[in-house]
Design a protein around this ligand. Structure first.
Ligand code: IPM
Ligand code: MN
Length: 366
């Protein structure tokens, strides 16, 4: 019997409630697919600020280092919004954890089941069979991390802020490989998104991506698109894309757009993978819902746990090689949300039958 060792960082808001349900599903999958769980909880985000005085404490880092993967909830909330921006949970927890573990590849599936097309703001005619695309977002470079990054006061008294967008060939190449591997497991098409008509980093991005694909995967159909056009195309005909591949900030924005056209952030999982392999030889990764802490509904037991459950499935697939269990969970979620009369409401992140009941519905199909 295999034991899966991972860190559990539920975080803030709805994080803990959806995490509890996701862990129940994982336990049950373990009974069915013969693995046991060995996980350790640790604080991250606002709760870590409250308990340890910092959003990403060393103790939490150590728990992660001793694990094969990180299962993450979400961080942030009104309670910490008055802190200086640099100390707020999102910036002080999420960005450092990505950087600490070099989690440079963010994989965000944009999936809308055909039965739930009503949940999308797009007209049904545009997505008769739902949506099935994936965004590969570079996660540890670009304007999020580039130096200099500062705010200063000029001689004339006005303030000036600087962010710097930087990319190196090696950073673009390693994420290109992830886009290629992802496309090979799907429809063999990659659309690389940049702003090469304006930005130097994008000119380099396009050049490196083109050369890398030509050398390593000439069989993949590669296209390029400017980000403004990509935002428009995503709303017009999302299924023209198979793998949407882009740098950090463009990926942040496009993946949220993907969330809304797919009906609900409450349904979308994500994986952040790095260079590092775990002791099993699989990529070390962090798995989290694409949505946030939803403070408006936290504590009410109505948050949709599906994104967290699907993040568990991604963890099983990528960091533990448990493909059968991962697929079984994904199928169970699909059946649970497309059965009965819940289709309309689940889309908005609120499951009218409740977080726990939704978990039970998933379990009943596992
Ligand atoms: C995301 C989030 C984060 C990001 C924020 C909270 C720092 O929006 O994971 O998409 O911008 O990367
Ligand atoms: Mn985002």
């Amino acid at each position: 019997m295999k034991t899966l060792k991972f860190a559990v960082l539920p975080g803030d808001g709805i994080g803990p409630e959806v995490m509890e349900v996701a862990l129940d599903v994982l336990k049950s999958a373990g009974e069915k697919f013969s693995f046991t769980l060995d996980y350790e909880n640790a604080d991250i985000g606002g709760i870590a600020i409250d308990n340890h005085g910092t959003a990403f404490p060393d103790s939490t880092k150590q728990v992660c280092e001793a694990s094969e993967a990180i299962l993450f909830g979400s961080v942030g909330g009104p309670k910490w919004e008055s802190l200086p921006p640099k100390e707020q949970p999102e910036r002080a927890a999420l960005l450092p954890i990505r950087k600490t573990f070099s989690l440079y590849a963010n994989v965000r599936p944009g999936l809308l089941y055909p039965e739930l097309t009503d949940a999308s703001p797009l007209k049904k005619e545009r997505i008769p069979n739902g949506i099935d695309i994936v965004c590969i977002r570079e996660l540890t470079g670009g304007i999020y991390f580039g130096q200099p990054k500062s705010t200063s006061t000029l001689e004339n008294g006005e303030e000036q802020a600087i962010d710097t967008m930087v990319y190196k060939t090696s950073e673009i190449e390693r994420i290109s490989k992830v886009a290629i591997d992802t496309a090979k497991a799907r429809g063999n098409r990659v659309c690389s998104v940049d702003k090469a008509n304006v930005l130097e980093t994008s000119v380099l991005w396009r050049k490196v991506v083109t050369a890398y694909f030509a050398k390593h995967a000439p069989e993949i159909e590669l296209s390029h698109m400017y980000v403004d056009n990509a935002a428009m195309q995503l709303a017009r005909d999302p299924n023209q894309f198979d793998v949407l591949f882009t740098e950090n900030m463009f990926g942040d924005i496009l993946s949220d757009e993907m969330g809304v056209i797919c009906g609900s952030l409450g349904m979308l999982a994500s994986a952040s993978l790095g260079a590092q392999k775990n002791s099993l030889g699989f990529p070390f990764g962090l798995y989290e819902p694409s949505g946030g802490t939803a403070p408006d509904i936290a504590g009410q037991g109505i948050a949709n746990p599906c994104a967290q459950i699907l993040s568990v499935a991604m963890m099983l697939r990528y960091s533990f090689g448990q493909l059968e269990a991962a697929t079984a969970i994904e199928i169970a979620v699909e059946k649970a949300v497309t059965s009965g009369n819940r289709t309309g409401d689940i889309a908005f992140g609120l499951d009218p039958i409740g977080t726990k009941a939704m978990g039970e519905a998933v379990l009943s199909y596992l």
